[in-house]
Design a protein around this ligand. Structure first.
Ligand code: AMP
Length: 597
């Protein structure tokens, strides 16, 4: 397919406002690209991508498959330079930039020049190794793809100049519409209104296969080009036969905000996990076999939430995989920064390590990271995406607990002792969830995740099956009317503070807050409250009203437990309102209003 044809179709799509029509145009484009179906092999006998595969990516503005972290690694200024050179001797990169400032969009800028006058200079570049032969000078989709591939792999000294040369060679062969879409493709600014769903539907229509099967194939392969080719060549059976591959990342399943109440209403019970405050990772591991004739060694790759390869920045994760995993696996989890005792450090600390390219060993001395896995997508040749969460978590446990030393006593090991395993509770009891939440905060984590135990793993989806407990929207200012002395390490601190609101001339209790408070803060609060102790009985103390706390909560329930007749669900300490006296605290009336009564 000529690149001019692609550009022409891209123009039609861009001008089309109706989604269904866009799908139809993309479908026609894929069908036309399919005519060039014969397999091609490069000189080293690797199968080259077919025109259909290239077009399925280009139309979304992608040069490489979504799982492939290869980038062109060419900045806007190099692109301006290439455009300027192709536009003629009297045009400079600065001129291109000026025009961009004026017109506002690089495609329009590229289309505004007349190229092709630089034949003598450009002839050596832009052809690429796999040129379609034809003899004419019309640029083909394949030549663009081949050249961009070569450009992406240019390395070492002088590589930036080489990249500009290659790109110049392409622009030099472009008519204005081709230049428009080439510039946008190179700078990842295609923006013709074609999203992932559009290409999915277009593949289904073009090759007469059901959309949901295309969707599944896309989820496991993360490669629109390959899915289009297989849909064309092998139909539904081919799509169904596509599997996850160790080493090829897939999109992460995402969570939405939600409440405990909603989760328990919708599911018979909830799977509850701590929400670790770190960065998402997807671990791909293929164990080596030192006994094998080729002495194969373990291969581990770690990807970020955006499928970027971050392996080199996180050697601890690689070491963990090599020491722990005895079977090929794809695991989903979080990498957290920890202090010397293994306690979690704030998210900002992880960022000092994540994506780091230089001085990793030195950075590791300052901040250590530790992986925690909460899902298993593939184990020992078996894809688990369609399995329920509970089954996947059990498989995760066995993958992590079986160190390969023939241990058949896995079950004897408590979950807490399986290194790298997220703890997971099944419960339908809100009080138990509350105490898991409290423990999570106490252990220095972010809170909890609520998951539907029956749910499959849906890559790339921000669905209702995973919920992060909603942050508190409203807060209440409550008078502290009681507390309890702590135990053990906290014996000298007051904690578990009783909260009250004003009702006429009385104070009525609404709950107790014990979570979200560090030891340091507890010491401060004890100092503040101790002078107001009115009576003590065992560990419990009554406090005269003096101090006002701001507390967050998830909801207000009616409850016989407290004298107000209401209870704050999941109360969390937010701070002391030192600017407020007890008479400025919130009232029972406000509580009722917040409940919508
Ligand atoms: P957020 O980034 O606020 O949308 O929250 C979702 C993120 O929480 C996920 O992408 C993970 O990186 C992280 N996370 C931490 N712990 C868990 C867990 N147990 N299950 C799922 N995601 C988790």
């Amino acid at each position: 397919m000529e690149f001019a044809t692609f550009a022409d179709r891209a123009g039609t799509i861009e001008a089309e406002p109706a989604d269904l029509e866009i799908v139809a145009h993309v479908r026609d484009l894929l069908v036309d690209a399919s005519d060039e179906g014969e397999e091609r092999r490069s000189s080293d006998d690797a199968v080259e991508p077919q025109t259909l595969e290239i077009v399925a990516r280009f139309v979304q503005g992608r040069v490489f498959p979504a799982w492939d972290s290869t980038t062109l690694d060419i900045g806007p200024s190099a692109c301006y330079e290439a455009i300027a050179r192709a536009a003629g001797t009297n045009v400079s990169a600065d001129d291109v930039e000026d025009r961009l400032a004026e017109i506002g969009e690089i495609g329009d800028v590229a289309a505004s020049y007349e190229f092709g006058g630089q034949q003598g200079l450009g002839a050596f570049a832009g052809g690429g190794s796999g040129s379609e032969g034809g003899g004419g000078d019309d640029l083909t989709v394949r030549e663009v793809a081949d050249t961009l591939e070569e450009l992406a792999h240019a390395e070492g000294s002088g590589s930036q100049d080489r990249k500009v040369d290659l790109l110049f060679g392409l622009f030099n062969r472009c008519a204005s519409e081709e230049a428009r879409y080439l510039a946008r493709l190179v700078l990842s600014e295609m923006r013709i209104g074609v999203g992932e769903g559009t290409v999915r539907d277009a593949i289904a229509e073009a090759f007469e296969v059901p959309e949901d099967r295309v969707e599944r194939a896309l989820q496991v392969s993360n490669d629109y080009g390959q899915v289009a080719r297989i849909a064309r060549d092998e139909g539904v059976d081919g799509l169904d036969g596509m599997d996850l591959a160790v080493g090829r990342p897939i999109q992460a399943m995402l969570a939405q905000a939600g409440t405990v109440t909603d989760a328990l209403e919708e599911w018979a019970e909830a799977a509850v996990e701590w929400k670790y405050d770190g960065a998402r990772i997807q671990l791909h591991h293929e164990p080596g076999d030192p006994g094998a004739a080729d002495g194969s060694v373990a291969e581990t790759r770690v990807f970020s939430r955006n499928m970027e390869d971050v392996t080199d920045a996180l050697p601890e994760v690689v070491e963990f995989a090599e020491e722990t995993l005895a079977e090929p696996a794809i695991l989903d989890g979080e990498v957290v920064a920890v202090d010397g005792d293994g306690s979690p450090l704030p998210f900002q600390e992880v960022l000092k390590r994540f994506r780091r390219k230089h001085d990793v060993a030195k950075a590791r001395e300052n901040v250590t990271v530790r992986p925690v896995f909460f899902d298993c997508l593939h184990a020992d040749g078996e894809d688990l995406l369609a399995e329920p969460l509970t089954t996947r978590h059990e498989r995760l446990r066995s993958v992590l607990a079986d160190s390969g030393a023939g241990s058949d006593t896995d079950d004897a090991v408590a979950d807490e002792d399986v290194e790298g395993l997220s703890l997971l509770w099944h419960t339908d009891d809100p009080d138990e969830i509350e105490s898991i939440d409290a423990d999570a905060l106490e252990a220095g984590h972010e809170g909890i995740m609520l998951k539907d135990p029956e749910s499959a793993y849906s890559p790339g989806r921000r669905g209702k099956h995973w919920r992060k407990r909603k942050p508190d929207v409203e807060t209440l200012d409550c008078v502290v009317t009681g507390a309890e002395w702590g135990e053990g390490r906290r014996a000298t601190f007051l904690g578990t503070f009783e909260l009250s609101v004003q009702a006429d001339d009385r104070l009525e209790t609404v709950g107790k807050v014990a979570t979200g408070i560090t030891d340091e803060k507890l010491a401060e609060l004890t100092e503040l409250l101790e002078p107001h102790i009115a009576a003590e009985e065992g560990q419990a103390v009554d406090l005269e009203p003096a101090v006002v706390f701001e507390v967050g909560y998830e909801e207000i329930q009616s409850s016989p437990t407290y004298s107000s007749g209401y209870a704050l669900r999941f109360p969390r300490f937010q701070g002391v309102r030192s600017d407020k006296d007890p008479e400025d605290a919130d009232t029972l009336e406000r509580l009722e209003r917040l409940r919508g009564e």
